[in-house]
Design a protein around this ligand. Structure first.
Ligand code: GLN
Ligand code: ZN
Length: 763
C-alpha cells in the first residue's frame, strides 16, 4: 500500500490566527509565553487536521512564526554580524532579523521561486561558521511525537539553503559547503536519535538551470550524508528536474519527491532503472492551485506505477500547501456548483486519502466519491459559466493591428506634449494614497451592508477630493485619484469581472503576518460594465491638471489570482487583456488623457527554466499591448513595476511600448540606472527617487542628486520624477514633506537645464 504524506501545511490558521497573535505580540499586547502557547496550539491543530485526514506521515517544522528560511538561519547559527553580540532572547533576535529595528535594517526579503511568498535571504560572511543555535526543530519534533504523530521533519536542504543566500564581503557560498555539511549531519543524527526515520530535505533549486559547480555541490552534499542514520527524502517542486535529472538519480538518498503537476513526463524517466530500494514520491495533487483533482484520471496513471513500485510509491501534493488557502468549506458565499469544483489544502488531503484507499482496495473502495468526482469535472467542462461563446468569438477576432499603437513613440510623444502641456521632468505618484482606518471602515461597512451606497460614495468622493486638493496644492503635474475604493489592486477587478470570483477566507501567506486573498479565475473573463470610470471622472472634474486613469494590467491580474487549469495561461491572460482594453477605451472616451496600467507582477511570472522564459515574455508583452494599444496618439499610456531585478527583461519592457514606465529605483539606491547605461530605453521613464518602504524623509538635495545621476543615462525630455511605488502604507505627514521635496527637486533641475540651454544657445 502507498504511503501518503504532505510536504507542508498552511501556517496562518483558518481565521488568520497567526497574524493576530503576531501583531498583538509586536504591539506589546501579548507576552512571549502567551504567544508561544497560542501558536503551539495552532501548530498542534494543523498536525491533528492532517492526521485526521489520514496522512501516514505528518510534516513537522514547516510551521514558522515568520519564515522557514529564517528558521533555517537560526537553526544553523547564521546571524548577520549587525545583529550578533546583543544579548536578547532568541525570539527578539528572530523578529529583529525579520523586521529590522530602529538601528538595523531587516534581512533582505525576496520572492520564493515563482510564488508570491517571500523569504528572508540568509547572509554569509567569508569567515561564516555554522552551529546548531536553535532548538525549535527538535522541540517541534518532540511535541508532535508526544501528540502521537508519526513525524517527518522538513528542512531546507544544504545546497538550496546556500544557493538562496547572499555572500557578503566577498564570501563565496559554494566555499561554505564543506563547513555547513557537518552541521546538517549532526542535525540528522540528532533527529535519528529522537526516533525519526524519515527527514524531508527540500531542494527546490533542483528546479532551476544549475551551473556545473552547483550540480557538483549536490553530489558532494548528499554523498556526505551517506552514513547518517535517517532516511532522506529529497524534495523538488515548482518545476521538473530538467537537466538535473540524471544527477538526481545518482544521489544516494532513500527517496525522491517529484512535482508531477509541473513535470509529468519526468515520472517515466525516473522510473527507468529506478533503484529497487528507493522511494518515489509523486506530487500528483496540485499544491499551487485550488482545483479539485481528477481522481479517476490519476488512478489510471497511478495503478500501473503501483504495480512496479509497490510500497515504494508515495503520494503527496506537488509542493507545500503553504501556497493555497486552508478550507474550501469556509467559503459560505460560494454557490454549490463552483464550490464542488474547488479543493483547498484541507480537501487536497482528502483527495490523497481517497487515492490511497482506491490503490489499496480497488476503485470500488471509493465508488461514491469517484462518481461525485466524475460529475463535478463533467459539469465544469460543460458549464456555460466557464465557456462563453461571446468571449470565444471575441478572442478569435483579435488581430495583430490591435497590439500596435497608431504611431511610434516619437510621434506620439509630440502629440502628448501638445495635448497635456507638461513641463520637462513631470512629477507624479504611482497611484495609491494612505488607506486610513476610516477609509477601510467605510469600505467594510458598505460591503457588509452596514451602510448604503450613497454613504459609501460620499465617503470615497470626499477622500478623492482630499487627495486631489493636496496634490494640486503640492504642485504635482499628473495627479491620481488615490485608489481609496480598492481593497487590493487585483481583488478590486476580480470582483467586477465575470469569470472571476473573490473568496471570503481564501487567505494565503505572503510574508510574516501578511496574507493575500487571490481571486479565482474560473471561466472566460468578460467585463460587464465600466469598473473605474466613475471614480476617475469624478477626480478629473475637480482639477485642471490631468488625472491618471488607474488600472491593473492583465499579467498582474493573472499572476496574483488562482488561474483556471483547463486552458493555457496565455489564453486567460489575453481574455483579461481584452477586458482591460475595454476599460482603457471607456476612460479615453470620457476624456482621460493619461492611463496607467500597472504590471508589478510581470517579472515574477518569469518561468524558472530559461528555455521557457522567451515564450512567456512574448505572450505577457502581447497581452499588455493588447490592453493598451487601442488609444489615440495623444493619450499617454503609463505602466509601473516595483521590483528592482529588471536587467534580464529590459528588452521585454521596451517591447511593451508604454509611453512612460515608472520603476523602483531609490530602494536599490540607483542600481537600476546601471542597467540603463548599457541599454538605451527608447521611451520615457520615471526611476523612483523616494524609497517608500522606509519611513525616512528624503532630503531635497538627495532627490536632486539621484535625478542628476539619472540624467546621465536618460535625457531630460524622457525623464519623470516620482516615488518608487504607491503610498498606501505611508502617513500623510511624511508624504507631504517628501512630495514637496520631489516637486522642488524637479523645479530646480528644470531651471538649471533651462539656464544651461540658454547659455549654450548664446555661445
Ligand atoms: N497603483 C498601485 C499603487 O499605487 C501600484 C501598486 C504596486 O505597484 N504594487 O498602490
Ligand atoms: Zn510598485
Amino acid at each position: 500500500m502507498p504511503t501518503v504524506h504532505n510536504l507542508g501545511y498552511p501556517r496562518i490558521g483558518p481565521r488568520r490566527e497567526l497574524k493576530q497573535q503576531l501583531e498583538q505580540f509586536w504591539r506589546g499586547d501579548l507576552d512571549e509565553q502567551t504567544l508561544f502557547e497560542n501558536t503551539s496550539e495552532l501548530r498542534a491543530s494543523r498536525w491533528r487536521d492532517q492526521a485526521d485526514a489520514g496522512l501516514d506521515l505528518i510534516p513537522v517544522n514547516d510551521f514558522s512564526l515568520y519564515d522557514h528560511m529564517l528558521d533555517m538561519s537560526q537553526l544553523l547559527g547564521v546571524i548577520p554580524p549587525r545583529f550578533a553580540g546583543q544579548k536578547d532572547s532568541g525570539l527578539d533576535l528572530y523578529f529583529r532579523m525579520a523586521r529590522g529595528d530602529a538601528d538595523q535594517p531587516a534581512c533582505e526579503m525576496t520572492k520564493w521561486f515563482d510564488t508570491n511568498y517571500h523569504y528572508l535571504v540568509p547572509e554569509f560572511e567569508p569567515d561564516q561558521e555554522f552551529r546548531i543555535l536553535s532548538d525549535k526543530l527538535f522541540d517541534e519534533v518532540a511535541a508532535a511525537q508526544a501528540a502521537g504523530h508519526r513525524v517527518k521533519p522538513v528542512l531546507v536542504g544544504p545546497v538550496s539553503y546556500l544557493y538562496l543566500g547572499k555572500g557578503r564581503n566577498g564570501a563565496s557560498r559554494l566555499e561554505l559547503l564543506d563547513r555547513l555539511l557537518p552541521v546538517y549531519a549532526d542535525i540528522l543524527d540528532r533527529l535519528a536519535g529522537m526516533g525519526v526515520d524519515w527527514v524531508q530535505l527540500d531542494e527546490p533549486c533542483l528546479a532551476l538551470d544549475l551551473e556545473s559547480e552547483w550540480q557538483q555541490a549536490y553530489r558532494t552534499a548528499y554523498q556526505a550524508f551517506g552514513d547518517v542514520s535517517v532516511n532522506i527524502l529529497l524534495a523538488n517542486y515548482f518545476a521538473g528536474f530538467g537537466d538535473n535529472l540524471d544527477l538526481v538519480k545518482q544521489l544516494p538518498v532513500a527517496g525522491v519527491h517529484v512535482d508531477v503537476t509541473h513535470a509529468p513526463q519526468e515520472v517515466e524517466q525516473l522510473m527507468r532503472d529506478w533503484p529497487a530500494d528507493r522511494v518515489l514520491s509523486l506530487g500528483v495533487i496540485d499544491g499551487r492551485n485550488i482545483w479539485r483533482a481528477n481522481l479517476v484520471q490519476l488512478l489510471d496513471e497511478l495503478e500501473p506505477l503501483q504495480q512496479q513500485l509497490g510500497e515504494r510509491l508515495w503520494l503527496a501534493p506537488s509542493c507545500s500547501l503553504l501556497h493555497v488557502p486552508i478550507d474550501r468549506d469556509n467559503e459560505i458565499d460560494l454557490d454549490d456548483e463552483i464550490r464542488s469544483w474547488l479543493a483547498f489544502a484541507r480537501q487536497k488531503l482528502d483527495e490523497l486519502a481517497l487515492l490511497k484507499t482506491a490503490l489499496e482496495q480497488g476503485r470500488r473502495g471509493i465508488s461514491i466519491a469517484a462518481r461525485d468526482d466524475v460529475a463535478a469535472h463533467a459539469a465544469r467542462a460543460a458549464s456555460k459559466r466557464v465557456h462563453r461563446a461571446d468571449v470565444e468569438r471575441r478572442m478569435e477576432s483579435i488581430t495583430s493591428k490591435m497590439t500596435n499603437r497608431v504611431s511610434d513613440f516619437s510621434e506620439r510623444s509630440r502629440a502628448q506634449v501638445k495635448a497635456l502641456g507638461l513641463p520637462l521632468m513631470p512629477t507624479t505618484t504611482i497611484g495609491s494614497f494612505p488607506q486610513t482606518q476610516e477609509i477601510r471602515k467605510a469600505r467594510a461597512d458598505f460591503r457588509h451592508g452596514r451602510s448604503d451606497e450613497k454613504t459609501y460614495r460620499d465617503a470615497m468622493q470626499a477622500e478623492i477630493r482630499n487627495v486631489i486638493e493636496r496634490q494640486d496644492a503640492l504642485g504635482l503635474d499628473v495627479l491620481v485619484h488615490g485608489e481609496p475604493e480598492r481593497n487590493d489592486m487585483v481583488e478590486y477587478f476580480g470582483e467586477q469581472l465575470e469569470g472571476m470570483l473573490a473568496t471570503r477566507n481564501g487567505w494565503v501567506q505572503s510574508y510574516g503576518s501578511r496574507c493575500v486573498k487571490p481571486p479565482v479565475i474560473f471561466g472566460d473573463v468578460h467585463r460587464p460594465q465600466a469598473m473605474t470610470t466613475d471614480w476617475i471622472n469624478y477626480a478629473q472634474s475637480l482639477t485642471q491638471r490631468p488625472v491618471k486613469g488607474m488600472l491593473t494590467g492583465p499579467v498582474t491580474i493573472l499572476q496574483w489570482s488562482f488561474v483556471r487549469d483547463d486552458q493555457p495561461r496565455s489564453e486567460t491572460c489575453k481574455q483579461i487583456a481584452m477586458a482591460i482594453r475595454d476599460e482603457v477605451a471607456d476612460l479615453e472616451a470620457d476624456g482621460i488623457k493619461v492611463i496607467q496600467v500597472d504590471e508589478p507582477a510581470l517579472r515574477e511570472g518569469l518561468p524558472l527554466k530559461q528555455a521557457e522564459q522567451g515564450a512567456y515574455l512574448d505572450w505577457a508583452v502581447e497581452s499588455f499591448r493588447l490592453a493598451t494599444a487601442g488609444v489615440a496618439d495623444d493619450t499617454q499610456i503609463h505602466t509601473h513595476m516595483c521590483y528592482a531585478e529588471f536587467e534580464d527583461i529590459l528588452a521585454a519592457i521596451t517591447a511593451m511600448d508604454a509611453d512612460v514606465i515608472t520603476l523602483e529605483n531609490a530602494r536599490s539606491n540607483g542600481e537600476l540606472l546601471q542597467a540603463f547605461e548599457n541599454f538605451s530605453y527608447p521611451n520615457a521613464i520615471g526611476p523612483g527617487v523616494w524609497d517608500i518602504h522606509s519611513p525616512r524623509t528624503v532630503p531635497l538635495q538627495e532627490m536632486i542628486e539621484l535625478l542628476e545621476k539619472t540624467l546621465k543615462v536618460v535625457p531630460a525630455d524622457r525623464l519623470w520624477a516620482n516615488p518608487d511605488c504607491g503610498l498606501k502604507t505611508r502617513g500623510w505627514d511624511e508624504i507631504e514633506t517628501n512630495l514637496e521635496n520631489l516637486v522642488a527637486a524637479a523645479k530646480q533641475l528644470r531651471q538649471k537645464l533651462l539656464t544651461r540651454d540658454q547659455n549654450t544657445g548664446t555661445h
